[in-house]
Design a protein around this ligand. Structure first.
Ligand code: 5GP
Ligand code: ZN
Length: 141
């Protein structure tokens, strides 16, 4: 989990690629997304290379996420956005393109055209209970 030579975000951390950095601490970096969904779209990343959330210890996640409330608030204040989405794409199938874990902070306004609608479904009989048990068992392992 040292710096990954092929990783664009590791290069930003190392100063080998430019970025509009808004927060720089001993273990975290936040910078403007190069292709924003909205003005102020910001990425928060750990300075250590983790591919995804599952690779991280609870302590590492905690250290990263402690920045989220103040950072999101600063992004919202600076942009005058009415709200924001926090997004983590975990895995290619979820839309992850850069394999260095990052949280998106996406400023939102009424009628900004971004939308946020997923087609929800309902559980067939017994499925929710079976899933509940499997997840709970996984947590106990
Ligand atoms: P993902 O789809 O992996 O969750 O999102 C990756 C994000 O990183 C995208 O929103 C993309 O615009 C952004 N991105 C990719 N390359 C660069 C870069 O070199 N610099 C910056 N600032 N953002 C990048
Ligand atoms: Zn990296």
């Amino acid at each position: 989990m040292a710096a990954n030579d092929d990783c664009i975000f590791c290069k930003i951390i190392a100063g080998r690629l430019p970025a509009n950095v808004v927060l720089d601490t001993d273990d975290a970096l936040a910078f403007l997304d190069i292709a924003p969904l909205a003005d102020g779209h910001t990425l928060l990343i750990p300075k250590r290379h983790f591919s995804d959330l599952v690779e991280m210890s609870a302590e590492s996640v905690q250290r990263l996420l402690r920045h989220l409330p103040t950072l999101a608030h600063a992004v919202q204040s600076a942009t005058g956005a009415a709200g924001f989405n926090i997004l983590l794409a975990n895995g290619a199938v979820a839309g992850q393109v850069v394999n260095h874990l990052h949280f998106h902070i996406i400023p939102r306004d009424a009628d900004d055209g971004l939308g946020f609608r997923w087609n929800s479904k309902s559980y067939a009989d017994g499925v929710a209970e079976s899933l509940r048990q499997r997840i709970q068992t996984g947590l106990a392992d």
